[in-house]
Design a protein around this ligand. Structure first.
Ligand SMILES: [Zn+2]
Length: 348
């Protein structure tokens, strides 16, 4: 068969193959295109035969080659358009929106109950002009104990045994070190220090329904001129009323903490029975809610604060305890287990 007849045949068979294509044939089309018009395709192959022809025939057949290439290129483009249109049509059909279908339910999460309690308490204090200060969970023995008037070998250290990383580095047992660090830096020329430090603390306790090796605290500190026990009582009364209701009363009982003198335990009148006695208050009408006291002069002196001129009060409470009382939770481990059935009960 001569070159001209071969060209004609290539054109016709290719056109026939294109005409047979239907459906989703993008891949087939691309393959055929490479086979016929590609660099190593049939047309290029036939082109090699040109040099075998006589000088007279070369331009004639060359022209025919160009014609065949143009016709086929156009035919492939037409097919490509059909493929594209079919693709768009299929896409539109598959993505069509049925507005009568009910919507898909999106599950919304909620803040953890301890976060909610922390933020509620922080809001109350911010409203009273306190600053909220964050600190390190890994602390030095010096800031965690010695600066809290608990020198090495002090027996009260036993109440707060913790996890040691080295002899001098440990997981903090309270957020008090944040207060010492803030007091170190405070400039009293600008006014009194009023701060709270919320955060996670650690004790070497065996976990059970009421003990956990980690829990949360919010501790507060106010230091300035003429700060008295009256200021402590007034501040706590205000906070407790905001947290548990305007009808609540508070009562202070003497206690002991190494870093405050005098020290008190603060009770709130039972918010469940109003003081008559129930299971929440263990029939006493009162619930122990926090520890507090006047900052020990030694603690002030260690921060370089003149304890003759300045005085202050400090207090600390636990978010877990507040949550357990408020919601009647009887196992502290629920806070940390990440069980959705537990967490979902506290949607705010
Ligand atoms: Zn009660």
């Amino acid at each position: 068969m001569d070159l001209q007849a071969q060209l004609e045949e290539l054109k016709e068979t290719t056109q026939a193959k294109l005409a047979e294509m239907h459906g989703d044939h993008a891949k087939e089309l691309q393959e055929l295109r490479v086979q016929v018009l590609g660099k190593k395709g049939s047309l290029t192959e036939l082109l090699k035969g040109l040099k075998e022809l006589s000088h007279d025939m070369r331009p004639v057949v060359g022209k025919q080659v160009n014609e065949v290439r143009d016709v086929l290129t156009k035919a492939f483009e037409e097919q490509a358009k059909i493929v594209e249109a079919a693709k768009i049509k299929a896409q539109l059909e598959s993505e069509s929106l049925d507005v009568t279908l009910p919507g898909r339910h999106v599950n919304l999460g909620n803040r953890h109950v301890l976060t909610q309690i922390s933020e509620d308490i922080e809001d109350i204090f911010i409203g009273m002009g306190f600053q909220v200060v964050d600190g390190f969970e890994v602390e030095t023995d010096y800031y965690n104990f010695e600066r809290m008037n608990l020198p090495k070998d002090h027996p009260a250290r036993d109440m707060q045994d913790t996890f040691y990383i080295t002899e001098e580095i440990l997981l903090r047992t309270h957020t008090s070190p944040v207060q010492a660090r803030t007091l170190d830096k405070h400039d009293f020329a600008k006014g009194p220090l009023k701060m709270i430090s919320p955060g996670r603390v650690f004790r070497r306790d065996t976990d059970d329904a009421t003990h956990s090796h980690q829990f949360h605290q919010i501790e507060g500190l106010v230091v300035g001129e003429n700060i008295s026990m009256g200021d402590l009582k007034g501040t706590l009364e205000m906070i407790i009323k905001k947290m548990f209701g305007e009808d609540r009363k508070i009562r202070l009982r003497p206690s002991y903490f190494p870093f405050t003198e005098p020290s008190v335990e603060v009770d709130v009148s039972c918010f469940k029975c109003g003081g008559k006695g129930c299971n929440v208050c263990k029939k006493t009408g009162w619930i122990e809610i926090l520890g507090a006291g006047m900052v020990h002069p030694r603690v002030l002196e260690m921060s370089g604060v003149d304890s003759e001129k300045y005085s202050g009060f400090a207090f600390g409470l636990g978010q877990e305890r507040i949550a357990m009382l408020r919601y009647g939770i009887n196992d502290i481990r629920g806070f940390y287990q990440g069980d959705m059935r537990f967490s979902e009960q506290f949607k705010s």
